[in-house]
Design a protein around this ligand. Structure first.
Ligand SMILES: Nc1ncnc2c1ncn2[C@@H]1O[C@H](COP(=O)(O)OP(=O)(O)OP(=O)(O)O)[C@@H](O)[C@H]1O
Length: 500
């Protein structure tokens, strides 16, 4: 047996109708950063759940430092030195950083039932500092942003002396600066000998950070290689099982008439005189850093964010949009960034969820038109490559990425003219991204107007006809696809406050 911190041997895990992991083996070396990547539904979360004692394997074995383990519960895993920082953080926002860090193992004063807050604050501050965060640990977590809260989770792992810290899509809700800080912290943990399993859909992060990378597909181990032996194409091919010729299959449409015009949209302190025009038959990209006001702009157009000035015109006519209902009436669809929070009824099947945004299209009198619902579902599963044992499968049992695809499918059912896509490909795999881009192409070909907010610059450049850049609730500039200034550098410059 090699020198591994954690080793899985021939692990199989079945759910009704699905083999989530099939004969999966994995070795993690001491002090290495191992990347883990795979399409939505490939089995990554199931693997994490086995490592952390949330699920037990049907077959297979697990070793820690060469010693066979019998991990049955999350506390077994913790005791064995395995910790996980989940995408949805496990933080009680009302409590202080110190309380969150010590929540299950408070330090008591010597021979006393009283808690020793002095000692705990000191230790908490020390650990946070070692992670690069000089913060007031006595303050409630509600006062801090995602980047720091994630560090609180990492601090918990450090305090139990974790040998392996698993990070599940850790950068998905972080801004650029926070991502940089996280990378620094991960490297410093590695230097201290901690191993990291870094699960991500973002290839560039894996290339920047990892020593080796493991690719999974359909519940199986496909390959594990040193990162320097891998490149984009090799990773994608291993992941999707075919070569993807073009990650951004842009088809340029013919720009039609004005679809949406915004004039001097204001929301005190948040949006400042936002004005732009979007046309039928084009994709307008909105770039900017986290906090630039992009999501708020979408919500304001959709009647879901308070505005105190400005006008909205649709097809040249001024309209009043005071609620999402007004927006839908004006044939605007908004695919929000927070897809889990809005709109999926997790206890219902995929077929039902897909029709929720436009029920009337699927009813006959008072009755649901079952055939239409089935055809619609089959089409969406096919178009979006939703991985599921069946159309009626309960959405709570789908992998995270596949749940997102259901939400996208739901909004595509609305027959809108104007589609506002907020971070449309967050959390979905490279293959599925291409499907979403193809759907955008189809919408544009039908003369629809697509506006996309995205933090992924390659995606913005790859798919937009025009890009506007926002910063601090203002529009900094606009660049056309056919302009030679249509580059990542120019967009970043504007996003950081420069002029295009
Ligand atoms: N509790 C469950 N009941 C039934 N099936 C499940 C359950 N959990 C996961 N599955 C199935 O197991 C398979 C693997 O899912 P898993 O969540 O591990 O994928 P993943 O690689 O994490 O995907 P994503 O990138 O979308 O998060 C999927 O087909 C999923 O539907």
């Amino acid at each position: 047996m090699g020198n591994y911190v954690v080793e899985l041997k021939n692990v199989t895990k079945r759910f009704p109708g699905v083999v989530a992991l099939r004969d999966m083996s994995l070795q993690i070396k001491p002090g290495e950063i191992l990347g883990l990547i795979g399409e939505n539904g490939a089995g990554k979360s199931t693997l994490i759940k086995i490592l952390t004692g949330v699920h037990s394997a049907d077959e297979g074995e697990m070793f820690i430092n060469g010693v066979k383990q019998d991990i049955k519960t999350p506390s077994d895993a913790k005791n064995a030195g395995i910790a996980c920082v989940y995408q949805e953080l496990n933080i009680v926002k009302e409590l202080s950083i110190t309380d969150n860090i010590f929540i299950n193992k408070y330090i008591h004063k010597k021979n006393s039932k009283f808690l020793d807050y002095k000692a705990m604050h000191k230790k908490a501050h020390e650990v946070m500092l070692s992670l690069g965060q000089d913060v007031d640990v006595t303050k409630p977590c509600a006062n801090f942003g995602m980047g720091i809260l994630q560090m609180v989770e990492i601090a918990k792992a450090v305090l139990i002396d974790a040998k392996l810290i698993i990070m599940d899509e850790p950068t998905s809700s972080l801004g650029e600066k926070e991502v940089k800080q996280l990378m620094k912290t991960v490297r410093s943990l590695k230097e201290r000998g901690v191993s990291i399993l870094f699960v991500s859909h973002k290839l560039e992060e894996l290339f920047e950070l990892c020593d080796r990378v493991t690719v999974m597909r359909d519940g199986e181990h496909i390959t594990t290689d040193a990162i320097e032996d891998m490149d984009n194409d090799k990773l994608i091919t291993a992941m999707v099982g075919r070569t993807l010729n073009n990650q951004y299959p842009k088809i340029e449409g013919k720009r039609g008439k004005e679809a949406l015009r915004i004039e001097n949209l204001n929301s005190t302190g948040v949006l400042h005189n936002i004005s732009f025009t979007a046309y039928h038959g084009e994709i307008l990209g909105i770039a900017g850093l986290v906090g630039a006001g992009r999501t708020e702009t979408f919500q304001a157009i959709f009647g879901a964010f308070p505005v105190d000035g400005g006008h909205i015109y649709i097809k040249g006519k001024r309209v009043t949009i005071k609620s999402p209902k007004d927006a839908v009436k004006n044939r605007i669809a908004l695919l929000t960034e927070d897809r889990k929070g809005q709109g999926l009824v997790l206890s219902q099947g995929i077929d039902t969820n897909l029709i929720l945004a436009n029920l009337s299209k699927f009813t006959k009198g008072l009755w649901l038109n079952k055939e239409k619902i089935k055809n619609n579902g089959d089409q969406a599963v096919d178009d979006l490559k939703i991985k599921t044992p069946g159309l009626t499968a309960i959405t709570s049992q789908l992998s995270g990425g596949n749940q997102q695809k259901v939400v996208i499918g739901k909004w595509l059912n609305t027959d809108a003219d104007i589609y506002l896509f907020d971070e449309p490909t967050r959390g979905i795999d490279v293959g599925a991204k291409v499907e979403v881009y193809n759907i955008m192409n189809d919408l544009v070909a039908k003369g629809k107007c697509v506006i996309m907010v995205s933090s992924e610059l390659p995606e913005i450049l790859g798919m937009s006809d025009r890009v506007i850049v926002m910063r601090g609730g203002k529009i900094m500039g606009e660049i056309d696809r056919h302009n030679e200034g249509f580059t990542q550098e120019n967009i970043m410059k504007a996003a950081w406050g420069g002029r295009i």
